[in-house]
Design a protein around this ligand. Structure first.
Ligand code: LUZ
Ligand code: MOS
Length: 754
């Protein structure tokens, strides 16, 4: 089944924030921001801006009616700077004007002087200076210390991995409108309507029941709108609260790129020990996370880095330490994978460095160490593993040996073109690592004409969650999909939502929908029995082609008749259901628990061709065996996998977030920040589903697919590295992603300053 949004998308009829008709009297917002990464405001004169014709108001931090605080996990993030500025792009003043262009002009008239302090941009320097956002976190499994002496081979190294700009097609934005009685309705491009509602309540001083947040859909989020949509919505709502006028702020691409946080860059040190059969006996890793100037979601991201630091491998002795380092950059935030990919990159670096010295391929090490069912992860959860099954199926489908021989042959015959191959197993835990977030609600109405309307806490961001939820209802009621409507996500219909994140949205909201539909169906069954003249109490009902079947026998009752009858009998045709993922828990004081409802596995291989004169490269193919469970929508899942792979490739290759030493973003436009285009995409993507029929907690056994495929992209880095090695084996492995063509060129000729 296709996505239910496809037709409107293609015809340009889908509604995004900027498609909402403007109401009269709307003011346009724009923030004036710091141009210094760290310092003290010594002068702030807004009079010229305020006096500009068409400017309604200029607000600064002292105008905030509630508290000047939008921190999600820790209260460390002011909405507007009071005194100290912590990053370039930090809001200082908010202009409200009759048009966007007047607001832009007014910002230029604000006179602000900032006394600059020393800035920190490097997480290791932040760590040395003790600039940590939270106390460091640690996982321990077994005992590394006593294991080193029994290792036949030990390798140590350092790995660096850069950030990533979300580049959702729809930029951040919000539109606040006054409602009678001093209430406010806010349209926001957010993954987390409740997070927005809470932030507005804090900043305005209003109660949450006076704030309605509504999201029809958003034009991509990738984690960038899990928490960072809050600021713009809070600014608009504050403007409305103070002026009584509608306020809209839709960020330009330029503003969005320089003001919002990105994927976290990490630097890491590792030490890995092997026995003489390629088994990894011990692994020690220390992560330095570049969190930026405020906590945002960094502590949770840091935790997921630890959870995924051994990827799909079983390692009996592990110490993993992670530091959340405070720097003077925009606060970094959630991004597809949420710290997991960074954790996985480092273990893959360790394996890649070890392989040539152990005289084998990285894939030999990977294969020898795959986690199996019953093995324990460093955080105490026992694996229900598909790592070996996916690898096995992968070898059955693709001839890895032959691929390697072809590459070797090609490299023998070519001097200036070299191919590289890399296998990439993945393992990703599904559930919010913060247990309380694993809950969701669904509100299902059947109207008296038999049509169905559903609201959940899920935000449609192009990932197809609305289609999956409609499928769940269609499945339970056995109705055609066009009888089902999914409404906007709205805090007055569904309260206290978790953000649409962690790959868990379809599972959580789908399960709640399943429960609501089942409850209504249970009541309808009684109605059928009452009119179909049977004594059978356990009869199953089903609707086929609009007719009700009782225990597979046709009753001649139509769905419409059944609904009318139910209404006549005053049976409730609505249900609000609540789902909480069973059995998930985690105890941070011990670093142990069962944080994930299940894991998603898979195995990929990537082949690249590097032009060793120019340093550029092409991706020949990515071939994957991916663990679907039982896909409820293969087309949507395929789209997620392809998109994830390309986004992962971009992160590993051409996308290079660059802040200069003053903390100024230099890759601040699409001319300087390169995302993959069609030429950068693999020439061939081959995705083989691994279908399993094991019980799991996924919705209709259809495993979460949002984030895991991104991590197949990691293989690109190592495929490029392997190609470089075959051009110039004297080059030391350096683990510093992304491999931009510039860096590849430097590496090919042995440059030290990679
Ligand atoms: N967001 C979050 C996430 O708040 N907690 C998580 O564990 C998570 N995981 C992946 C993506 N977003
Ligand atoms: Mo996310 S990184 O699942 O918002």
């Amino acid at each position: 089944m296709r996505s239910i949004d496809i037709h409107d998308h293609v015809k340009g009829r889908s509604i995004y924030l900027d498609d909402i008709p403007l109401i009269q009297g709307t003011l346009f917002a724009r923030v004036f921001t710091s141009n210094v990464a760290h310092g003290r405001i010594i002068k702030l004169d807004i009079s010229k801006a305020r006096d500009l014709e068409g400017v309604h108001k200029v607000l600064i931090s002292s105008d905030i009616t509630g508290i000047n605080q939008i921190g999600g996990i820790i209260d460390d993030e002011p909405l507007m700077a009071e005194n100290i500025v912590d990053f370039i792009g930090m809001p200082i003043a908010l202009v409200l004007a009759d048009s966007e262009s007047i607001a832009r002009k007014a910002c230029k008239l604000i006179d602000c002087k900032i006394e600059a302090f020393e800035e920190i941009t490097d997480p290791r320097i932040a760590y040395e200076k003790g600039a940590l956002i939270i106390p460091s976190k640690k996982f321990i499994l077994g005992d590394t210390e006593s294991t080193w002496s029994s290792c036949s081979h030990i390798f140590e190294g350092k790995a660096d991995i850069n950030g990533q700009e979300h580049l959702y097609i729809e930029t951040q934005g919000a539109y606040a409108q006054p409602v009678e009685g001093g209430k406010i309705k806010v349209y926001s491009s957010t993954q987390g309507p409740t997070a927005v509602q809470r932030a507005i309540a804090k900043v305005t001083g209003m109660e949450m029941h006076s704030i309605e947040v509504d999201v029809t859909r958003i034009g991509g989020g990738f984690g960038g709108k899990e928490d960072q949509a809050n600021a713009w919505a809070a600014l608009c709502a504050l403007g409305t609260h103070i002026t009584g006028r509608p306020v809209k702020y839709s960020l330009s691409r330029e503003e969005d790129i320089y003001m919002t946080g990105k994927r976290h860059p990490y630097s890491a040190d590792f030490k890995i020990g092997f026995d003489n059969k390629l088994k990894i006996l011990a692994y020690e890793v220390t992560f330095f996370q570049n969190a930026g100037a405020a906590a945002d979601l960094s502590p949770a991201v840091l935790e997921r880095t630890l959870f995924h630091c051994t990827n799909a491998y079983f390692i009996p002795n592990v110490i993993a330490i992670a530091h959340c380092c405070k720097t003077n950059l925009p606060p970094n935030t959630a991004f597809r994978g949420f710290g997991g990919p960074q954790g996985m990159f480092v273990i893959e670096c360790a394996i890649a460095i070890a392989a040539p010295k152990l005289n084998c391929k990285a894939s030999d090490i990977q294969k020898a160490n795959l986690i199996t069912t019953g093995d324990v992860f460093p955080y105490g959860q026992l694996a229900e593993s598909e790592a070996e099954t996916s690898w096995q199926q992968f070898e059955d489908r693709f001839d890895l040996k032959k691929m390697q021989q072809d590459v070797d042959q090609f490299n023998k015959e070519n001097i200036h073109l070299k191919k590289g191959l890399a296998v990439q197993p993945i393992c990703f835990g599904i559930s919010f690592t913060k247990t309380l977030m694993n809950q969701a609600r669904s509100l299902v109405h059947i109207y008296t004409d038999g049509s169905v309307g559903i609201t959940t806490g899920a935000v449609e961001m192009g990932q197809g969650v609305n289609t999956k939820i409609a499928q769940v209802a269609a499945h339970i009621f056995s109705l055609p999909i066009d009888k089902i409507r999914i409404y906007s996500t709205n805090t007055t219909r569904i309260a206290n939502t978790s953000p649409s994140a962690a790959s868990a949205t379809a599972d959580l909201n789908g399960k709640a929908t399943l429960m609501a539909c089942e409850a209504i169906k249970e009541r309808l069954k009684k109605v059928v029995i009452s009119i179909a003249d049977t004594k059978e109490q356990n009869s199953d009902i089903e609707i086929r082609d609009g007719l009700v079947f009782l225990d597979s026998l046709e009753t001649k009752i139509t769905w419409q008749e059944l609904i009318s009858k139910a209404f006549e009998q005053r049976v409730s045709l609505s249900e609000h259901a609540h789902y909480a993922t069973p059995d998930v828990h985690f105890d941070w004081s011990k670093g142990k628990g069962h944080p994930f409802s299940y894991h998603v596995y898979g195995t990929s291989v990537t082949q690249v061709t590097v032009d060793c004169i120019r340093g550029n490269y092409e991706i020949d193919f990515v071939k994957v065996v991916h663990d679907y469970g039982q896909s409820m929508n293969p087309m949507i899942d395929l789209g997620q996998i392809e998109g994830g792979i390309v986004q992962g490739i971009g992160w590993m290759t051409c996308e290079d977030v660059f802040y200069d030493e003053k903390g100024k973003l230099r890759s601040n436009a699409l001319s300087t920040y390169k995302i993959p285009d069609i030429y950068a995409a693999p020439k061939e993507i081959d995705i083989i589903p691994l279908i399993t029929d094991k019980e799991n907690l996924a919705i209709l056994q259809s495993k979460a697919v949002g984030e895991p495929p991104l991590m197949y992209g990691l293989g690109t880095y190592f495929a490029i590295e392997n190609a470089i090695q075959s051009f110039n084996p004297a080059v030391p492995c350096r683990m510093n992603a992304p491999y931009t063509p510039e860096k590849v060129l430097l590496a090919l000729y042995g440059s030290k300053d990679l």
